[in-house]
Design a protein around this ligand. Structure first.
Ligand SMILES: Cc1cc2nc3c(=O)[nH]c(=O)nc-3n(C[C@H](O)[C@H](O)[C@H](O)COP(=O)(O)O)c2cc1C
Length: 224
């Protein structure tokens, strides 16, 4: 039996999926359990769009066509990072990207291949299930924490069932397109997406094993 510790230890982001479909019962079970996630005052300020099959294909087709056309440029829902990422975050971000592109054998100079890789975000990296999570537009930072907790629940529950995931802030880069493709009104903010499916285990990009900071870098243990 997978423990929470196992699920946390073994979860990694997967960016190449195989064709195996995810059974509706499994999705349903993950969603039911993730619904137990904590939220401040239990307000559960979220909407979750779970797409597969034709609706997934149609959404991906509409959004990628729009992005490639370059028409109607979108405004990101929120900046992915602060404009000037300071150290040590800047270096960590750089190392994270370089590790991924090295595994994909895409050199820094090959801008076109790098862009193609970024664009794979907008097909959920070929995953059979794509999830978009929104929250009411008037919600604040407190509710963003709740969304993050919910997202982690989905990822761990998926992992426990042998499924792989990749959280995707990329979807928040084109919120108008997402809203249009899914028929969502302007009163919902597109916060994050999640690719969900079965991993192609042998792919180097699915085994990046990013290092983590030492606890001493960010934990302050007092009174122990
Ligand atoms: C909120 C959030 C948003 C993310 N957005 C993206 C994304 O848009 N595209 C992507 O390829 N990875 C995305 N990631 C995955 C991170 O890059 C990944 O979690 C990080 O590199 C650590 O690797 P690991 O998940 O394998 O441990 C996101 C992760 C989180 C938590």
């Amino acid at each position: 039996m997978t423990t929470v510790s196992d699920a946390i230890r073994t979860r990694t982001s997967v960016r190449v999926f195989n064709d195996k479909q995810v059974a509706k019962e499994v999705i349903q079970e993950i969603l039911e359990l993730a619904g137990n996630s904590a939220s401040n005052s239990n307000i559960e300020a979220r909407k979750v769009y779970v797409l597969s099959g034709e609706p997934l294909k149609a959404m991906v087709a509409e959004i990628t066509t729009g992005l490639y056309s370059g028409e109607d440029p979108d405004t990101p829902e929120y900046p992915a990072y602060p404009p000037k990422l300071q150290e040590p975050y800047r270096s960590r971000r750089y190392a994270c990207g370089e590790k991924m592109y090295a595994a994909l054998e895409i050199p820094r100079e090959d801008k076109s291949k790098r862009i193609q890789q970024v664009m794979k975000n907008y097909s959920f990296f070929g995953a059979p299930v794509g999830i978009i999570i929104s929250m009411p537009a008037n919600m604040l930072e407190g509710q963003v924490i709740d969304i993050g907790i919910y997202l982690q629940s989905l990822m761990l529950l998926a992992n426990e069932r042998g499924l792989a995931t990749c959280a995707q802030a990329s979807w928040a880069q084109c919120p108008n397109r997402v809203r249009a493709a899914l028929g969502i009104a302007d009163d919902e903010r597109i916060m994050v997406g999640l690719a969900l499916g079965y991993a192609q285990q042998e792919q180097a990009v699915n085994r990046l094993d990013h290092p983590r900071a030492d606890l001493s870098d960010y934990v302050s243990l007092r009174g122990f």
